[in-house]
Design a protein around this ligand. Sequence first.
Ligand code: NI
Length: 186
Amino acid sequence: MPAMYEDLQIISYPDPRLKKPSAPVNAVDDSLKELVARMLQLMREHHGVGLAAPQVGQNIRLFVMNHSGDPKDDRVYINPELTEAEGAEDAEEGCLSLPGINANVVRDKTLRMRAVDLDGRSIDQKETGYIARVWQHEFDHLNGTLIIDRMGAVAKMAARKKLRELEEAYEAAHPRPPKPKLLRRK
Ligand code: NI
């Protein structure tokens, strides 16, 4: 794995890269395969069910998931499109970029997914329930949407302390340059 990807880490709220809409993937090449390998590794290390490229600071339309924990269930979706939404379901979700926060989110129950896999082949799948929920959570990341953007006002109030802690940790790690002193007019 090139050094370019082996140092990638999962970024947390409020890193601005999580809010940025991602651009389509142009080519499924070796570099993309190495990125996916690192994302799968990080997802496993952090016991996640899914991980989207923006969560490792790469604003491209790609995510990985594994709903069972068995490596043969690894799934890679490139340039995903979700259609044919049916039904609605409310359930709790977490996010590797929002450690310590869980939120109930209403999602479509059934969806059709069209995407490209890591071999460049077309994917056309239909899922109901948990996998469809993971699809929607990860797809949201590609559009800069986090679960806190889908939380109700009450849930957001409850998470406020934890969000503030994450904001403070980010500010401590990314100090802002001092403001230029205003020149006093004579
Ligand atoms: Ni997430």
